[in-house]
Ligand binder design. Structure first.
Ligand code: ZN
Ligand code: CA
Length: 338
């Protein structure tokens, strides 16, 4: 069964950008390009190809999935439940661990081409506040979760503290998704202490892309998330309907190993979380409830769907457990927790 999970994880990495006919839901594993227009295409970027061909990244993904599945079994056992016998083994029914509240230091690198893009400290603070609210379930829209899912909405017990801000002016008006902004040598800002802190680069990506993230298991030099300034925080230079800071919540979800809630494929493609209903597509805008696909109600209000900021307001218990596995001893982001 473990073997199946590992193979599935790799299959995801290999297939998510090429073999699937559902063009709308494709996305590179390390690269979260999103077009604001409904029709999104696969961002077949160099980065993604590189990562797939990198045996070290493949090994890392397998190792992370195997450690995650062990952690979930242990945390379920701690709660007095037998490990699940099912295929994805994500502990979605809610286990417990003894990791306590995990605080993540955050470095924000603002790279700007004009005064608007040189966002204020207040705008940065507003984003940190949203991350704390969303990951602690103190977001003021948490009460909108429909009763069908209310029992699954999680306080992830992860917090964020701003550790530093760097600012750099640039002649570059857009940066794309090839990680150029992550290196001094390219006119960007090199990563700071990635083993112990989350790095967020705020710069104009362009192409209608809100943000993108690197999953655990990738290179330390590019670890972190990138977000365009108009979609960062809730005050200042922000642009509706992505002006509630949820792009960072979504991207940090990826950074903490969450996949898109529909699994980036058809009904049987998994997000490796058992309490998120299966779906065969992303949802956009602000869907009415209930929205059904694959014979179940889509959890369209999950941060890992593609809905508007105002229409996403929960992580699930299974997603919480999957994220927290990274912080356990031997986990891919264990040093972040200390
Ligand atoms: Zn995404
Ligand atoms: Ca699921």
């Amino acid at each position: 069964m473990k073997k199946v999970l590992l193979m599935a994880a790799l299959a995801f990495a290999v297939a998510s950008c090429s073999n699937d006919s559902n063009e709308e839901s494709l996305e590179a594993i390390n690269n979260d390009g999103i077009d604001i227009a409904a029709a999104r295409k696969c961002h077949a970027n160099e980065n993604y190809e590189k990562m797939l061909q990198n045996p070290e990244f493949q090994r890392n993904v397998m190792q992370i999935e195997s450690q995650t599945s062990l952690f979930l079994q242990e945390s379920l056992a701690k709660k007095g439940k037998p490990p699940r016998g099912g295929g994805d083994g994500d502990g979605g029914s809610g286990g417990s661990d003894n990791l306590g509240t995990i605080n993540i230091p955050v470095y924000v690198h603002v790279i700007y081409n004009n005064a608007n893009e040189n966002i204020s400290n207040a705008q940065i603070d507003s984003q940190i506040a949203v991350l704390n609210d969303d990951f602690r379930k103190t977001n003021n829209d948490a009460n909108q979760v429909p009763s069908e899912f209310a029992g699954l909405a999680a306080d992830s017990e992860i917090t964020f503290t701003l550790a530093g801000v760097t600012r750099k002016s640039s002649s570059r008006t857009s940066w794309g998704t090839n990680d150029a902004m992550k290196f001094d040598a390219n006119g960007g800002v090199s990563v700071v202490d990635p083993a112990n802190a989350l790095n967020i680069w705020v710069c104009n990506i362009g192409g209608g892309i809100l943000g993108y993230a690197q999953f655990p298991g990738g290179s330390a030099s590019t670890d972190g998330v990138v977000i365009s300034p108009q979609f960062f925080g809730t005050t200042g230079y922000v642009s509706a309907p992505f002006d509630r800071g949820r792009t960072a919540t979504h991207e940090v979800g990826h950074y903490l190993n969450l996949r898109h809630i529909w699994g980036d494929g058809r009904c049987n493609r998994d997000d490796f979380v058992s309490d998120t209903p299966t779906s065969d597509r992303a949802n956009y805008g602000c869907p009415s409830y209930p929205t059904n696909h694959c014979r179940s109600t889509d959890m369209t209000m999950n941060y890992m769907d593609y809905t508007n900021d105002a229409c996403m307001y929960m992580f699930s218990n299974g997603q919480k457990a999957r994220m927290r596995a990274l912080f356990a001893p031997g986990g891919a982001r264990a040093d972040l927790a200390n």
